[in-house]
Design a protein around this ligand. Structure first.
Ligand code: PGA
Length: 439
């Protein structure tokens, strides 16, 4: 059972406060740290901050710390939950304790930290790795699937000081044989890209953004994809990689229904939804783009649905801000035929159990599940285990650079090594990353 729950305010990768949670059981102390987004969706669960402007510009999480020490912790101890078998009960109990639809009383960040730490306690008490514990929670069977990593190597949008509106340009080693080989390909491409950026824009342009990718002074997505194509060619990986684009377009959607690709430039560069669709069609025709995440704003349903119909599933159209890892939004999107995949960000919904359930709902609709970090991260590597547990087939944790990004990739290499040395059947998702269950 849980003996004590404690919490503390620590820093995330952007230097902002975040929550650290310790759950104590007789087996030891189990820690989790909570991430935070920059391009947050409007429909995400509530992230509790202090709004006390004298400290950390109002970003403190001491109220969340207090909620754990005074409310959640004592209540969990009192209930004598067993983390081995009661992850869902623990998570449901915290949701009821909060009592609001979006966790606005206790905070989704508060609840998530406890939920993650309890899962770690449950795994150790059950004497299994975390991915195994979460896999049981998810009811997954079949071969273990190592995901394709989508490395975000060029940063724009809210994650970089450059003028590129699109937030993330990703490269994915779908032609690798193993996750480890995929990491090597990603790292080699990343370093080739660094040289190319330096040659084209000078060494200062190799400074990196929030997710470890470069932020050269470019504005157009084609410029980014041309740089990436050159790096891939330089490494001899042409044909063995796919690209992913996350424009995070809610950030530059204007109230009059247009998208401003010049939102970080001196001059606006507005495009209608139809012009955006044409832009995406051109990019998909010219480059090996297999994923488009949030190409339209979180409430621009009409554009989503029209584009989804036009692309007929040939690319993965992923709802991030659109869905906010929320089952109600997932159902709504399914009804409107808005997309064919979901991003899974645990802190958008607030418990491990709900995240697993939302992923299950997505899969039951025939969608792909794309597990994701946040731009404000910590070295907590929980999502690596979660990705394997869900058999999600692909995940993103930024560039193969910066401690908080590589923590997840390194953990995945550990998991792969463990699977290789075990009796378990496993595969690298590779080209089948969208529907690994079919492998
Ligand atoms: P965000 O972006 O955390 O700033 O929302 C993260 C991502 O989608 O990579």
């Amino acid at each position: 059972t849980i003996l004590e729950v404690d919490a503390a305010q620590r820093l995330d990768s952007r230097g902002n406060p975040t929550l650290q949670v310790d759950v104590k059981t007789i087996a030891g102390t189990f820690r989790a740290m909570v991430p935070s987004g920059a391009s947050k969706g409007r429909h995400e669960a509530f992230e509790l901050r202090d709004y006390e402007m004298r400290a950390y510009g109002g970003q403190g999480v001491l109220a969340a710390v207090r909620n754990i020490q005074r409310v959640i912790g004592p209540a969990l101890v009192d209930k004598a939950f067993d983390p081995r078998y009661q992850q869902a009960e623990i998570d449901n109990f915290m949701c009821h304790l909060d009592g609001t639809p979006n966790k606005s009383r206790l905070g989704a960040n508060t609840i998530l930290g406890v939920s993650m730490a309890c899962a770690r306690a449950g795994a150790v008490a059950s004497d299994v790795p975390l991915y195994e514990f979460l896999r049981r929670e998810a009811g997954e069977i079949g071969p273990y699937v190592m995901p394709v990593p989508f490395f975000n190597v060029l940063n724009g949008g809210r994650h970089s000081g450059n003028t590129m509106a699109f937030q993330e340009i990703m490269v994915a080693p779908t032609g690798a044989q193993t996750f480890e080989e995929g990491v090597r390909m990603g790292s080699e491409i990343y370093h080739a890209l660094k040289e190319i950026v330096a040659e084209n824009f000078g060494a200062p342009a190799t400074a990196i953004g929030d997710e470890g990718g470069f932020g050269p002074p470019i504005t157009q997505p084609e410029e980014a994809l041309d740089l990436l194509t050159a790096a891939v060619e330089h490494c001899g990986f042409t044909g063995r990689v796919k690209f992913g684009i996350d424009p995070a377009s809610s950030e530059f959607f204007k109230p009059d229904g247009v998208y401003d690709l010049g939102y970080k430039c001196a001059e606006p560069n507005t495009k209608t939804p139809d012009q955006m669709m044409q832009l995406y069609h051109n990019l998909v025709a010219k480059y090996p783009v297999s994923i488009l995440e949030d190409p339209f704003a979180e409430d621009d349903w009409d554009s989503w649905a029209r584009f989804n119909a036009a692309t007929a599933s040939e690319i993965e159209l992923v709802g991030g801000d659109l869905l906010a890892t929320n089952p109600c939004r997932v159902r709504m999107a399914h009804q409107k035929k808005a997309c064919n995949a979901m991003v899974l960000k645990m802190n958008q919904i607030g418990t491990v159990t709900e995240a697993i359930e939302t992923a299950g709902l997505g899969k039951s609709l025939g969608w792909s599940v794309f597990v994701s970090h946040r731009s404000g991260e910590t070295t907590d590597d929980f999502i690596a285990d979660l990705t394997v547990a869900l058999g999600a087939g692909h995940m993103k944790s930024g560039a193969p650079c910066r401690g908080e990004r590589v923590a997840k990739y390194n953990r995945l290499m550990d998991i792969e090594a463990e699977l290789r040395g075990s009796w378990k059947t496993w595969v690298y998702a590779g080209e089948r990353f969208r529907f690994p269950a079919e492998i």
